[in-house]
Unconditional design. Structure first.
Length: 84
């Protein structure tokens, strides 16, 4: 069963290799992000308070190789969401 699962990994392996620098950057920032989430959210019993600071939608172009657009839907730059 495990051996047959490796074939499915090929679908995500190449995109990760192509974006290795970006993946390394994201993984390097995760410990700090977890600390910030823990401080900002607050964990109380069985639920987690999560504060939404920004919502962006990334849309690929209609044609292959077309422009990628990022549309900011919501942003809260003050309070808990103040950039650090």
């Amino acid at each position: 069963m495990l051996h047959s699962s490796f074939g499915h990994l090929e679908g995500i392996q190449q995109p990760l290799i192509d974006e290795l620098a970006e993946l390394d950057h994201v993984l390097g920032k995760l410990p700090d992000a977890y600390r910030i989430i823990g401080r900002a959210g607050g964990i109380y019993g069985d639920f987690f308070n999560f504060y939404l600071c920004d919502i962006s939608l990334k849309v690929n172009g209609l044609q292959p190789g077309g422009p990628v657009r990022t549309v900011k839907l919501f942003g809260q730059p003050t309070g808990r969401c103040t950039p650090q």
